[in-house]
Design a protein around this ligand. Structure first.
Ligand SMILES: [Zn+2]
Ligand SMILES: [Zn+2]
Length: 126
């Protein structure tokens, strides 16, 4: 690894990588605190920014809720449950033409794109 990570940052990265979920900053803070009881929320917050800028984690933002952090940094998409908030990864491949069409329609030069499926997860749909 090209980055020199402080103990706090290592712990935060470990928390994210060991989780099967997409955690919020607050959830990461609570888990990191179990390993490093002295860690502060500000340190977690700053470390998340650092790790994101370093490309080691990804941040997923939804307009009306807290950001979630993702250990998976390669392009992928998500499905979110509108009832319980469960967020899972989905692997989809998009045809290049779709990206080109979106670019043409908007006049924007594409940098990244994403797809989010909103609906009920299997547990909530029972
Ligand atoms: Zn659900
Ligand atoms: Zn993800």
């Amino acid at each position: 690894m090209a980055y020199c990570l402080t103990k706090q940052r290592q712990v935060i990265l470990q928390v994210i990588r060991q989780s099967e979920e997409h955690l919020t900053a607050n959830e990461i803070y609570l888990k990191a605190k179990q390993i490093l009881p002295t860690i502060s929320f500000a340190t977690v917050y700053n470390s998340l920014k650092f790790l994101k800028d370093a490309g080691l984690i990804a941040e997923i933002k939804f307009a009306d809720s807290a950001s979630r952090f993702d250990k998976k940094v390669s392009r992928h998409d998500h499905a979110i449950c509108t009832k319980c908030g469960k967020l899972i990864d989905i692997e989809l491949s998009f045809p290049q033409e779709l990206v080109e069409m979106a670019s043409k329609l908007s006049g924007f030069k594409p940098k990244s794109f994403g797809f989010t499926l909103h609906g009920l997860c299997p547990t909530c749909d029972e």
